[in-house]
Design a protein around this ligand. Structure first.
Ligand SMILES: Nc1ncnc2c1ncn2[C@@H]1O[C@H](COP(=O)(O)OP(=O)(O)OP(=O)(O)O)[C@@H](O)[C@H]1O
Ligand SMILES: O=C(O)c1ccc[n+]([C@@H]2O[C@H](COP(=O)([O-])O)[C@@H](O)[C@H]2O)c1
Length: 213
């Protein structure tokens, strides 16, 4: 069994197949026995979500109920301050010890904004970064110095993620899923179907709660 642990943070307003499917495929590709899903309470770089933290947590629980690959981490939900990943990963590293291989999973769009994140350079001191593909976003950074930063840390060997505790960036070859929470919220507001975009129990909960109308 692999020792590499991977944390997948997000706002999940709501959780959808664009979150779940790439990381399920990733787990098979690189050998992850567990993915820790971590919804935030106060997202650092965007407006407050439409659904409450309790509702978003409940939707994650419904989405992963029949998937033993996933577990929920509530640490950022308990925080009233913005959920800075640098701080979360520092805490996680202290809990897991210096040698444990740890990774943070993001989509391709998040990689592009990564250099604007709070203390972004320190994030790689505590974890690897695993990037899943997302349609509509370039794989190169806008600023040459950020591309250099990326190139210096890139690895093509997924074994590095298992063998080293932190510091590498791995661009995973996951398929594209053209789904976003924004599109789902818009479609639901217009009364359009989202059946193919998320697990049925999540959609049923959205309807029952009258969310995103
Ligand atoms: N379709 C997708 N493919 C790959 N990664 C995704 C996809 N949708 C979201 N992600 C990634 O999942 C993480 C959490 O995303 P988030 O909860 O913001 O979802 P979102 O669909 O981008 O939401 P919104 O449309 O509200 O901005 C981010 O790292 C994001 O890049
Ligand atoms: O730490 C930061 O500055 C930071 C800035 C933007 C996003 N993040 C984290 O990245 C993850 C995906 O963010 P989002 O907004 O796409 O849901 C989530 O765990 C956020 O807390 C973190």
């Amino acid at each position: 069994m692999t020792k590499l642990q991977a944390l997948f943070g997000g706002t999940f307003d709501p959780i959808h197949y664009g979150h779940l499917k790439p990381v399920e495929i990733l787990a098979n590709q690189i050998g992850l026995s567990r993915i820790i899903i971590m919804p935030n309470n106060v997202p650092p770089h965007r407006p407050q979500p439409e659904a409450t933290s309790d509702q978003r947590k409940h939707m994650v629980e419904l989405a992963i109920a029949d998937k033993p690959l996933f577990v929920l981490d509530e640490r950022e939900l308990r925080r009233d301050m913005p959920s800075y990943t640098a701080q979360t990963l520092q805490e996680w590293r202290q809990e897991e010890g210096a040698e444990a291989p740890l990774a943070f999973i993001i989509g391709q769009d998040s990689l592009l904004t990564f250099p604007t994140w709070h203390q972004y350079e320190t994030i790689l001191e505590n974890a690897h970064l695993i990037v899943t593909r997302r349609p509509g976003y370039p794989m190169t950074m806008q600023q040459p110095e950020h591309q250099q930063w990326l190139d210096d840390r890139l690895t093509l060997r997924s074994e590095d993620l298992h063998e080293q505790p932190a510091g590498k960036i791995f661009l995973a070859e996951t398929p594209w899923f053209d789904i976003s929470a924004t599109i789902i919220r818009e479609r639901l507001q217009n009364g359009e179907s989202c059946d193919e975009m998320m697990p049925a129990p999540v959609l049923e909960y959205i309807m029952q709660q009258g969310l995103y109308r």
